[in-house]
Design a protein around this ligand. Structure first.
Ligand code: MG
Ligand code: MG
Length: 265
């Protein structure tokens, strides 16, 4: 069941998503060698609650009923998504994908950004750049009258042109009062296929892209997803509203990129 949102509901989604953008910017200030992802998690948890919202990830159950123990997902290097914050200090040259979700005034925010820890190899920086570009290629297709497959095809083409892998097992999603609503939004697909996009649909588009092969495996914790070949992966996510003519991005990287300055990807 796909819920089309009213303008009032879209405004509430925007407020929640802007809080996610500001939370990720708080994290951006602290990502550096020696910092642990547990410390990043504490920063996010406090910031979200100080702004009258609830971190939606905390306690969210996986298909085995295991609740996610933290307020952000922090996935380092070969970890693709759903990394559990831990006490291992980040090292110069690492990348860390931080995914964050909020519930504010009854509506969900969901956005993710992959950060560099200090100086990162040019090859890996390029993976981040192409993944972010792919996200915006997807967003260009989140337009009334197009189809879900148009989004996936645009993301996939951009990544595969650069010889990167596009993860199949995890996808974007509708978003509203619940973090995960219909429809699913794959990062691969065929133009002209899939659910018809309509004004008022709100979706999270979130390419998960690998430097090598796209196959992934899950750790024994039943959360952490990592590449099978051990190579790096990147993850960028925006929540957008489908509109006539042009999608509207409800989340924001502006606050993050203000912090990162000329270090931004
Ligand atoms: Mg997310
Ligand atoms: Mg999401």
């Amino acid at each position: 069941m796909i819920y089309l949102k009213t303008e009032e509901e879209i405004e509430l989604l925007r407020q929640s998503n802007l809080l996610v953008g500001r939370t990720l910017a708080e994290i951006a200030k602290s990502v550096k060698p020696g910092v642990t992802t547990l410390q990043l998690d504490r920063i996010a948890d406090e910031f979200i609650r100080d702004h009258g919202a609830v971190p939606t990830f905390k306690g969210f159950p996986n298909p085995w009923g295991i609740p996610f123990p933290a307020s952000i997902c922090a996935s380092v290097n070969d970890e693709v998504v759903h990394g559990i914050p831990n006490s291992r200090p980040l090292q110069e040259g690492d990348i860390v994908s931080v995914d964050c979700g909020t519930l504010l005034n009854g509506f969900c925010g969901d956005s993710a950004y992959t950060f560099c820890v200090g100086e990162v190899d040019a090859e890996i920086r390029r993976l981040l750049k192409v993944t972010k570009e792919a996200l915006y290629k997807g967003i260009e297709n989140a337009v009334h009258g197009k189809r879900i497959g148009d989004i996936g095809a645009a993301v996939q083409e951009h990544c595969e042109k650069a010889s990167y892998g596009v993860v199949r097992e995890f996808v974007g999603h509708g978003i509203g009062k619940k973090m995960h609503e219909d429809p699913q939004v794959p990062n691969y697909g065929r133009r002209g296929y899939g659910e018809l996009l309509k004004q008022g649909m709100c979706i999270a588009i979130e390419p998960m892209v690998t430097l090598g092969d796209y196959h992934v495996r899950m750790d024994a914790d039943r959360w952490t997803v990592r590449t099978k070949d051990g190579r790096c992966a990147a993850h960028f996510e925006h929540t957008v509203a489908v509109r006539k003519g042009k999608a509207e991005v409800l989340s924001s990287f502006e606050f993050i990129e203000e912090v990162l300055g000329d270090q931004a990807i």
